[in-house]
Design a protein. Structure first.
Length: 134
C-alpha cells in the first residue's frame, strides 16, 4: 500500500500544485486556496509516512538485520546500531527535503504584499506602478 497508495496521492498532489501555481500566477483566489490545500495535505501525508516508517518499516528492517547476523552472516557487532543510525539520519534529511516546497509556499503566501495582491490591493509608486499603467 505504501508504494502505490502514497504514490498515487502524490501524483494527485502534484496536479493540484500545478493547477494552484497557474491560478496563483493569475492571482486567482482558487489558486491560492489550492496551494494552501497542497501545503496542508502534503505536510500531513509526510507525517503519516514518517509514523508508518518508524512504527512498521524500521523494526522489520532491524529484525531482518538481526536475523542475518544470527544466521552467521559476517556482520560486525556494531552493524545493527550503525544501520539504525543511518536510517534515522537519512529519514531526517528526507523529511527536510520533502518539506522544503510546502515551507517555501507557506512563506511566500503569508507575505503581506502577496496577500494584498490576491485581495486586489497593489502598491502605487515605484518602478512597477500598475495603477499608472507602467
Amino acid at each position: 500500500f505504501s508504494v502505490f497508495g502514497f504514490g498515487s496521492v502524490h501524483v494527485l498532489l502534484q496536479g493540484l500544485l500545478i493547477a494552484g501555481c497557474i491560478g496563483a500566477l493569475r492571482l486567482k483566489r482558487a489558486g491560492r486556496t489550492a496551494l494552501w490545500i497542497y501545503v496542508i495535505v502534503d505536510t500531513t501525508l509526510m507525517l503519516v509516512q514518517c509514523v508508518i516508517q518508524y512504527v512498521f518499516i524500521l523494526p522489520r528492517v532491524m529484525e531482518a538485520t538481526m536475523t542475518a547476523a544470527m544466521r552467521g552472516a559476517a556482520l560486525p557487532p556494531w552493524f545493527p546500531l550503525y544501520m539504525k543510525v543511518l536510517m534515522i539520519i537519512g529519514g531526517c534529511f528526507g523529511i527536510l527535503f520533502a518539506l522544503a516546497m510546502p515551507a517555501y509556499i507557506t512563506i511566500v503566501l503569508t507575505r503581506k504584499r502577496v496577500r494584498d495582491a490576491f485581495n486586489g490591493v497593489f502598491p502605487t509608486g515605484g518602478a512597477f506602478d500598475l495603477a499608472a499603467g507602467g
